[in-house]
Design a protein around this ligand. Structure first.
Ligand SMILES: [Zn+2]
Length: 273
């Protein structure tokens, strides 16, 4: 599932290709995503100029002329790729957008958990999907103090707290595990049992790990590709995630995999106490 670093990587790629371009034609092949794609999507987008590509948590915000925003979420398996229209269409290409540059933007999503909707700029922050999101990890207000306000009374496991989009927006299971590996905390630890100094360390590590992943253009396990349909490379630098049974990169212990809820957690039993 694309997490913040993957979405940020896609946005940076799209910024280069899309900003200043005009949308000529839009073809919706499959409307049945997580929410049904509006029948008027083409009508809303065609003729508009792309002013800016941005991100809010894991949502891609494509700001258009006339003060409208095309909001795209990639769900579990979505891709938004900028390609040569001569490249044959694939199964699961659901939305095709022709640009005045002669290139095409394709939304591809085998599992169809993604989202595509158009709103007026002044309605953006009132969208049900966006209005309850927590702080972005790169927001200056995201600090140990802020994180501690959630952890201090929480009986939840720290891994699960980091996955809560109202606490911090954009982290999924891959990065939650990696962040905790780098501060020596087990994902199964109850949040309120962590010392305040550890919370500060976790809060500082969050943007550091995400930034490192962005520099490697994200993590590609299965579906994720960047805006140019290329693989990310951070999967080669993961310390614990998906490495159950393999040797820790810092000691001889094998990485342990445990089930918490319906998602696995990974840690080194020696390095993470
Ligand atoms: Zn270790």
């Amino acid at each position: 599932m694309p997490e913040l670093p993957e979405v940020e990587t896609i946005c940076r790629g799209l910024q280069l290709h899309l900003e200043g371009r005009r949308i000529l034609r839009v073809k919706v092949i499959e409307r049945r995503l997580r929410c049904l794609v509006d029948r008027k999507l083409a009508q809303y987008l065609e003729g508009k100029t792309i002013v800016r590509v941005g991100r809010m948590a894991k949502y891609i915000l494509i700001s258009l002329s006339d003060d409208v925003v095309w909001v795209v979420h990639l769900g579990m398996s979505g891709k938004l790729v900028h390609i040569d229209p001569e490249i044959p269409r694939q199964k699961h290409d659901h939305i095709l957008v022709s640009l005045d540059s002669g290139r095409e933007l394709r939304y591809h999503d085998p599992r169809r958990f993604g989202l595509s909707l158009v709103v007026a700029v002044n309605e953006l922050h009132g969208l049900p999907q966006l209005k309850h999101l927590g702080l972005d990890p790169f927001d200056n207000r995201f600090t140990g103090f802020h994180l501690h306000s959630f952890t201090k009374r929480s009986e939840r496991r720290i891994r699960d707290l980091l996955l809560d989009q109202q606490v911090v927006a954009g982290i999924g299971n891959i990065y939650a595990n990696e962040i905790l590996a780098r501060v020596g905390v087990r994902p199964t630890t109850r949040a309120r049992r962590l010392k305040r100094s550890k919370i500060d360390e976790i809060a500082a590590m969050i943007p550091e790990v995400l930034d490192e992943a962005i520099r490697w253009c994200g993590t590609s396990f299965s579906d994720y590709r960047d805006a140019d349909d290329k693989f990310g490379e951070f999967q080669n630098h993961l310390r614990v995630y998906d490495r159950g049974g393999e040797q820790c990169r810092h000691c001889p212990s094998p990485i342990k995999r445990v089930a918490i809820g319906n998602r696995s957690a990974f840690y080194c039993p020696s390095c993470q106490k």
